[in-house]
Design a protein around this ligand. Structure first.
Ligand SMILES: [Cu+2]
Length: 162
């Protein structure tokens, strides 16, 4: 499981700088869902202004392919996501901290379903998309927050170049 080890190592390496990045105003889901879609990782993109499409596959090996995406700050990316597995999977974009907090919430409320612009939840064989604008440079993440999946390594990384 070389890839998984690499991902875990990356996650660990990234955790520290991301802490410094998070602004107090963006911490957690304090105000509850729905009042703001802001994330330190960017903002929902305008489908009419997509810069580029990135195809992403999810499968039951608990991996995203590709697990690494490079973008330039300001780009609006359309992620076209397909679930090739036999389990439901999802892709959620955010900072490592946001995703950790979100995963914790999912563990407490496993039946919670919500549609946010930074995520797509797909049943086996289903396709979907996320349009997201990465407006700030930095290293961000995406993960499957189905309980256990992120922990099993279902995490990817978006490097946003200035
Ligand atoms: Cu998954």
């Amino acid at each position: 499981m070389k890839t998984r080890t690499l991902q875990l190592a990356l996650a660990a390496a990234l955790a520290a700088p991301l802490m410094a990045w998070a602004s107090p105003g963006h911490e957690g889901h304090g105000g509850g869902h729905g009042d703001s879609h802001a994330s330190a990782a960017g903002q929902p993109g305008d489908p009419a202004k997509v810069s580029r499409t990135v195809d992403v596959q999810m499968d039951d090996s608990m991996r995203f392919t590709p697990a690494q995406v490079q973008v330039k700050a300001g780009e609006t990316i359309r992620f076209l996501v397909v679930n090739k597995g036999k389990l439901p999977h999802e892709m959620v974009i955010g900072t490592t901290k946001e995703l950790d907090e979100h995963a914790e919430m999912m563990r407490k409320m496993p039946d919670m379903k919500h549609a946010e612009p930074n995520q797509v939840s797909l049943n086996p064989g289903q396709r979907g998309g996320i349009v997201w604008t990465f407006d700030k440079p930095g290293t961000f993440a995406f993960a499957c927050l189905v309980p256990g999946h992120k922990e099993a390594g279902m995490v990817g990384q978006v490097a946003v170049q200035p």
